[in-house]
Write a protein that binds this ligand. Structure first.
Ligand code: FES
Length: 230
């Protein structure tokens, strides 16, 4: 039985069809699975592996490389506090200490009710609004202790639901144009690519053979006579 919902599975197959090589859809599919669960469930990773023709270990290896992909359960809201240099100078450590105290978890932890995961981040590329905070990868501006507590209250009450969806949702509007897979074009492009690869491989093999023959001919040449007596 599929771990991904029928709708997601359909979308996953459409995504795979967009790429000349199925494995190129690996990361988009990870985001898709994360949209369903908020994190990458092992069964989802196995399913993705089957869909793109790699091993589950390769999916995990890719997912663990990227901060935006989670291989362990996270809260509904992942709160990221940047502690890189500009934010550190702007009070990030104090804000992180305060966030830990407000949420009752250390950085890296999830609140017992599963609503918040707090994480310490490297630069989030919003260095002019320090200390920078993101929730589910949405910028929420530089925060003070007071504004942070208000942010937590607003997230809990659902009043920010319009701007901060549950973790795993990258976009809420599905593209209806511009990414339609024209299956015939894809098939012919794949065939052209395979033919080009075969031509390159044949040329390389030919060149290697010629180099080998030249080397053998050079080795077989009789030694040149040495010069006459001085
Ligand atoms: S240093 Fe914090 S956003 Fe760049």
């Amino acid at each position: 039985m599929s771990h991904l919902s029928a709708d997601l599975l359909e979308r996953a197959k459409d995504l795979v069809a967009l790429y000349p090589e199925p494995r190129s859809a690996l990361i988009p599919l990870c985001h898709l699975a994360q949209e369903q669960d908020g994190w990458l469930h092992p069964e989802a990773m196995s399913e993705i592996a089957d869909l793109v023709g790699v091993t589950a270990a390769e999916v995990r290896g890719t997912a663990t490389f990227y901060d935006m992909l989670h291989t362990e359960p996270v809260g509904t809201y992942v709160v990221s506090v940047c502690t890189n240099i500009a934010c550190l100078l702007g009070g990030a450590q104090e804000l992180l200490d305060h966030a830990e105290s407000t949420l009752g978890v250390r950085a890296g932890g999830t609140t017992p009710d599963g609503v918040f995961t707090l994480e310490e981040s490297e630069c989030l590329a919003d260095c002019d609004r320090t200390p920078c905070v993101q929730v589910n990868h949405r910028y929420v501006g530089g925060q003070t202790s007071e504004s942070f507590d208000q942010l937590v209250a607003d997230l809990r009450s659902g009043s920010l639901a319009d701007t901060v969806p549950h973790h795993g949702t990258l976009i809420r509007v599905r593209r209806s144009v511009g990414l339609e897979a024209d299956k015939e074009t894809i098939v012919s492009e794949r065939a052209a690519m395979a033919a080009a690869q075969a031509t390159r491989a044949a040329e390389a093999a030919e060149a290697a053979k010629a180099a080998e023959a030249a080397k053998a001919a050079e080795a077989a040449e009789p030694p040149k006579p040495s010069g006459g007596p001085a």
